[in-house]
Design a protein around this ligand. Structure first.
Ligand code: ATP
Ligand code: MG
Length: 285
């Protein structure tokens, strides 16, 4: 039996969510004899634990069939891989930042400046597009300290909340691109492995669809049913079943977290009682 080989980050910001995603697909991993590989007993999947920087290369070479990695690494490494799914976590942006007290007058500020970064290719492309002549200082980590120690006048790095910039007395002045975790695939996957990948992507879809959705049950007097059903979206339309007590019905539906409280308030106003809210594990549309 052929296994699909999935590369994930060994330890770092993507690791926990990647493992959560696999577990959410009901794929259990048993630790292999070697610590860098785990296999699953209930899905033909083998997991390779790697440094995130190396994942695009391994996937391009076909050592791993697929990988979970930040889009930023995919853009930077420019390997021959396909993005097959966006995962919605590890959201961040790549930005240029300069010392807080600098007077920023626009992109030309960067002319003849030194910029420290771990993403030289993405940065060079951006500089070329804007006709900026700057010197890129490539370093592999702790980029934010570069201006403080005199290595550069500015940085180009990952930003999410911006707190790292603030604590290093820097300010974000240009956002170059945004990023999130994605699944990449090697090109020319064998038919068997492509089928396994499709099965895995289908499971991921069911987990993603269920996210933020709740199953809701409530009791309603029959004369209020029309107005209550109007409020509820439901996957197709709500289920309505008679209660043993005459004149009352039980209504079942699916509600998204975003509109949840607004809907609950409206339902109460319309006379709904005994409202139950239940988490949804999987949703197959
Ligand atoms: P490795 O040792 O595997 O090379 P690393 O130190 O390069 O790890 P991490 O800091 O663990 O990488 O980040 C992994 C990925 O998570 C990044 O490439 C990026 O896509 C995303 N990421 C990094 N920082 C943040 C953040 N502050 N918020 C959201 N996502 C982030
Ligand atoms: Mg890395």
């Amino acid at each position: 039996m052929e296994n699909l080989k999935l590369a994930i980050q060994k330890s770092g910001r993507l690791s926990e969510k990647s493992l959560e995603l696999i577990a959410g697909c009901d794929i259990k991993l048993t630790q292999g004899t070697r610590k860098l590989i785990a296999v699953s007993s209930d899905f033909p999947l083998e997991v390779l634990y790697l440094r995130d920087d190396d994942i695009p290369q391994y996937v391009a070479d076909g050592v791993a069939d697929i990988g979970i990695v930040g889009e930023n690494e995919v853009m930077e490494k420019e390997k021959n891989v396909a993005i097959v799914k966006r995962l919605g976590f590890a959201k961040c942006r790549l930005s240029l930042a300069i010392p807080k007290n600098e007077n920023y007058h626009g992109i030309r500020w960067f002319d003849n400046k030194r910029i420290a970064t771990s993403y030289p290719r993405i940065l060079q492309k951006f500089l070329n597009q804007n006709n900026i002549q700057a010197k890129i200082e490539e370093i592999s980590g702790s980029v934010e300290i570069a201006p403080g120690i005199g290595l550069s006048e500015s940085i180009f790095d990952i930003v999410s909340s911006g707190s790292t910039l603030i604590s290093n007395r820097l300010k974000e002045v240009e956002t170059v691109c945004s990023s999130e975790a994605v699944i990449i695939s090697t090109l020319g996957l064998s038919a068997i492995r492509q089928k396994l990948l499709d099965q895995l992507l289908f499971r991921i879809d069911t987990v993603q669809h269920s996210k933020g959705n709740k199953y809701i049950l409530l009791n309603a007097p029959n004369d209020k049913l029309e107005s209550i059903i109007e409020i509820l979206p439901g996957m197709k339309s709500p289920t309505v079943m008679p209660l043993y007590q005459k004149g009352w019905s039980s209504v079942h539906s699916v509600v998204n977290e975003k509109e949840f409280w607004v809907i609950i308030d409206k339902l109460k106003e319309c006379g709904a009682e005994g409202i139950l809210v239940i988490p949804i594990e999987k949703m197959i549309l």
